[in-house]
Ligand binder design. Structure first.
Ligand SMILES: NC(=O)C1=CN([C@@H]2O[C@H](COP(=O)(O)OP(=O)(O)OC[C@H]3O[C@@H](n4cnc5c(N)ncnc54)[C@H](OP(=O)(O)O)[C@@H]3O)[C@@H](O)[C@H]2O)[C@H](O)CC1
Ligand SMILES: [K+]
Length: 403
């Protein structure tokens, strides 16, 4: 997750400074262009993935120019493929250097389609969800020459859809919105208006004129010696993230938030006959998928007053006899369970599109066998419930004894 930074507090580079930093990185500081391009393209892909989820925006067209900006687009397309998107690439002016031919081979080996300008639909709106604009970066000058002039016009046409409220692909510009002056920005207000700008190393002056909803910074490789020399104020990158949001996140209409849950079919005959086995299987899947706190569960209880309350707790164990978790015996949940032994558990595994809801009652049997502070809950579906009932002591008496 990237955290937001105020864009005014971040330094902006002139075209000359951007080129100088590039030369210093690849000269005295010992970086290779391949390395920087890989990190730049990865930052673009991770910025996209932060905002546009593949479940809704999987059809990506990366339009790549002849220079390093185009190379960033090729690298981003590869990472997006591995993140679950379906990229296509338009790369009309190919650079015949090993770095670029290698990037093309890598994409071809993933069966990523390369589309010529003629192959592309005149209207991009129906075929793509995301257009990655990787035509020109900080070395752009003058006015765009063919075929990029025409491609930029097609991107401009997409803005017409904003008035009609029809869905259109979002435009993600790499480093510079193509066609914009690197320092002056969108002269004449006639250029493309990217929905997301991913600045690399540091934003260029033109980024001050970008008013799209998402501005990210990528390229987590600037050594302090460069930052000191150019007196760069750059935001910290959170955790291990390759990108950081600059500026405020847009206000989102909560009612419009809706994920499309696409999961493999789950048929009745695939369900384990024993619900505990099924549950264990799904916990194992959540662990294998690397989900955070796969044992987190919402525990809902109802006290004497009949009012429900919920909180997140961690599952400490499960077997046919029930679900174990820990609590302070004087906590609100423990007291509520003491008054009313019925409760429900909800596990939600985002990323697997799965949830499990279980209705239970408190069981205090074999309490001495449980770790201190633990409570055991018996699922109401448990086939052995009637057998367990015999172990269930009078909850009220027991809890008074233990709490
Ligand atoms: N340190 C970093 O931040 C890194 C940034 N990276 C990316 O690199 C670009 C800058 O790359 P560069 O190769 O210097 O330049 P561009 O990609 O902007 O494009 C240069 C090519 O574009 C042609 N060009 C220029 N103007 C036009 C025009 N009006 N019409 C058509 N073509 C144009 C130019 O040809 P010329 O004959 O005109 O010279 C070049 O072929 C930066 O923005 C980042 O995206 C690195 O990937 C990593 C390090
Ligand atoms: K660009």
């Amino acid at each position: 997750m990237s955290s937001a930074q105020n864009s005014d507090s971040v330094s902006h580079l002139t075209q000359r400074e951007a080129a100088e930093i590039d030369e210093t990185l690849m000269g005295p500081l010992g970086f290779s262009v391949d390395q920087l391009m890989e990190l730049a393209g990865l930052s673009v892909a991770t910025s996209i993935a932060e905002v546009y989820k593949p479940s809704e925006y999987d059809r990506v067209l990366a339009i790549c120019g002849p220079g390093s900006n185009g190379g960033d687009g090729l690298v981003a397309a590869r990472h997006l493929y591995h993140f679950g998107y379906k990229p296509s690439v338009c790369y009309p002016k190919r650079t015949q250097k090993p770095l670029y031919t290698g990037l093309v081979t890598q994409l071809e080996s993933l069966s990523i389609p390369f589309l010529s300008v003629e192959d592309l639909p005149l209207d991009f709106s129906k075929d793509f969800d995301i257009i990655v604009d990787a035509m020109f970066g900080f070395s752009f000058h003058g006015t765009p020459r063919p075929p990029f002039d025409d491609l930029i016009k097609r991107l401009l046409c997409l803005h017409g859809y904003d008035q009609t409220r029809q869905k259109r692909p979002v435009i993600v510009s790499v480093d510079i919105p193509s066609g914009w002056h690197v320092e002056e920005g969108d002269i004449g207000d006639e250029g493309i208006k990217p929905d997301m700008l991913v600045s690399l190393t540091a934003p260029k002056l033109c980024a001050k004129k970008s008013s799209g909803p998402h501005h990210f910074l990528g390229g987590r490789f600037v050594p302090p010696v460069i930052a000191d020399k150019y007196k760069l104020r750059l935001p910290p990158y959170p955790g291990t993230s390759m990108c950081v949001r600059i500026g405020k996140a847009p206000n989102v209409d909560i009612s419009a938030l809706r994920e499309n849950y696409i999961s493999p079919e789950f048929l009745e005959e695939q369900v384990e006959s024993d619900p505990i086995n099924q549950f264990r299987k799904w916990v194992d899947d959540a662990i294998a998928a690397g989900l955070r706190e796969p044992n987190a569960m919402a525990l809902s209880t109802v006290g004497k007053d009949g009012k429900p309350s919920s909180r997140m707790v961690l599952l400490k164990g499960v077997d046919r006899g029930g679900f174990v978790w820990c609590t302070n015996y004087e906590s609100r949940k423990a007291c509520e369970l003491c008054d009313n032994p019925h409760a429900s558990l909800l596990f939600y595994w985002d990323g697997l599109n799965r949830q499990v809801s279980i209705f239970l009652r408190l069981a205090l049997f074999h309490l001495s066998t449980l770790p201190a502070g633990s409570l055991k809950m018996v699922p109401l579906f448990s086939p052995s419930l009637s057998k367990l009932e015999s172990y269930l002591l009078d909850v009220k008496n027991q809890t008074e004894q233990f709490f």
